[in-house]
Design a protein around this ligand. Structure first.
Ligand SMILES: CC(C)(COP(=O)(O)OP(=O)(O)OC[C@H]1O[C@@H](n2cnc3c(N)ncnc32)[C@H](O)[C@@H]1OP(=O)(O)O)[C@@H](O)C(=O)NCCC(=O)NCCS
Length: 163
């Protein structure tokens, strides 16, 4: 059976997606955090299904971002950017290594590009080799290291892609 990709429609989409995310991510999020994302940017919440089963999800947002200082070499550069943020990504264990995670992220990037995003950022645990490999294969680069970023005390890399 093939995988279908859809954007967020109702809260019925959210419950199985949260179950997937919570299974693997160390950071606990409240339902209000999920709602903050999916109610404001439903088109940036993309779900993968095989039949009725939720196989994967990516949840993102897109907001104006004020640049720090203006580059005198490029005085025409706009002081405000449109910055996408990938908040959560998860693929069910039985569905991994089939390209679903990459497809979800690529679709989210495309949707952000269509909405005028200039750049996209996210954080990933420095020990999360699978996620880092996925993002770097798509063209993200390590922008900075965030020390003791997670509640458990582990570090994160801030990854960034310019669109
Ligand atoms: C990270 C995750 C989303 C990857 O999903 P996936 O559907 O298996 O990813 P893909 O099949 O699209 O993999 C694409 C590429 O990513 C890399 N990759 C994915 N999983 C990997 C792993 N466990 N180890 C090393 N590289 C990995 C590979 O380069 C892979 O390409 P390849 O299959 O040609 O080698 C999935 O493992 C997951 O849900 N993990 C738990 C949640 C999580 O860590 N989310 C990210 C938080 S920042």
């Amino acid at each position: 059976m093939s995988i279908t990709y859809t954007t967020y429609k109702t809260e019925d989409d959210l419950i199985p997606a949260i179950a997937l995310i919570e299974r693997d991510l160390s950071e606990p999020y409240s339902i209000y955090t999920y709602r903050y994302f999916v109610h404001q940017w439903p088109d940036l919440c993309i779900l993968a299904h095989r039949g009725d089963e939720c196989a994967g999800v990516v949840i993102c947002k897109l907001e104006p971002h004020r640049r720090r200082g203006v580059d005198t070499h490029f005085p025409d550069d706009k002081p405000t950017l449109s910055r996408g943020y990938i908040g959560m990504v998860a693929v069910g264990k039985a569905f991994r290594k089939q390209g679903i995670g990459s497809t979800l992220v690529l679709r989210a990037l495309e949707a952000m590009r269509e909405r005028g995003a200039n750049e996209v950022i996210l954080e990933a645990e420095t020990e999360n080799a699978g996620a880092l490999a996925l993002y770097e294969a798509l063209g993200f680069v390590r922008d900075k290291r965030l020390y003791r970023y997670y509640l458990g005390g582990t570090d994160a890399f801030r990854l960034k892609m310019w669109l």
